[in-house]
Design a protein around this ligand. Structure first.
Ligand SMILES: *Cc1c(COP(=O)(O)O)cnc(C)c1O
Length: 223
């Protein structure tokens, strides 16, 4: 078994106060999650609905699950009953569906809006103008069961630190812009989710409040 306990202990000791760890456990077995849990970790990230559903019923109930992958509208109803945060909301349609299903379950769901700033075509998310347009429309204010808690992004998967830093700072500046314009009276709009195994140290310097780390805790994923 991968030395999960040692790895997570090391990472937790490095994170400054105010930066929360989402342990990305996708494709890893329950025993790995339990090992991290024994080190006190309670927030885990998954990206596939069926895998998550299985884990939720067989692992401790006080785990906070974050859905970090691309979520299809027709899958929302399956995860809304137990999800703590949906990190990668990339359309108004998805936001509305989360609200609708949350209302049905009589609960509130926290979400982040996903930005697309990477140069890669494959990644999803809003570009900055799309995100501005969504917030400007004000429709989200009527969605009383879904709470926008901040922004999420993935930087380009490159070795060039300068590029990663530029993208993350762009996200951070955009956070400041929308905080001021739409959320200045909402202290709960405070999360900046960027940083993965290979770039979380840069992310922390770029004002991240939430790092999503998988490989550096659990080792390589076995697909
Ligand atoms: C898988 C994944 C991560 C974790 O990636 P690692 O490189 O294993 O740390 C973080 N964020 C998202 C959105 C992911 O899909």
């Amino acid at each position: 078994m991968y030395p999960v306990r040692e790895s997570i202990r090391q990472i937790l000791s490095e994170l400054p106060e105010g930066v929360k760890l989402v342990a990305v456990s996708k494709f890893h077995p329950n025993e790995y999650i339990e090992a991290a849990y024994q080190e006190g970790q309670r927030v885990f990230g998954e990206s596939r609905e069926q895998e998550l559903a299985k884990k939720v019923v067989s692992l401790p109930q006080d785990i906070e699950w974050h859905f970090i992958g691309h979520l299809q509208t027709n899958k929302v109803k399956y995860i809304v009953p137990y999800i703590s945060m949906i990190e990668a909301v990339d359309s108004l349609k998805l936001l509305k569906e989360i609200n609708k299903q949350a209302e049905k379950c009589n609960r509130d769901v926290d979400v982040l809006l996903e930005l697309h700033l990477a140069k890669e075509e494959t990644k999803s998310g809003f570009d900055l103008d799309e995100c501005r347009a969504l917030l400007e429309s004000g429709e989200w204010r009527q969605l009383t069961h879904v709470h926008i808690r901040g922004l999420m992004m993935m930087a380009s998967f490159v070795d060039d630190e300068k590029q990663i830093r530029e993208e993350m700072m762009q996200a951070s500046d955009f956070f400041d812009e929308v905080k001021e314009k739409y959320f200045h009276d909402d202290p709960l709009f405070c999360e900046r989710s960027w940083g993965m195994s290979h770039d979380y140290q840069i992310a922390i310097e770029c004002h991240s409040t939430m790092v999503r780390i998988g490989t550096s805790i659990f080792g390589p994923r076995v697909y």
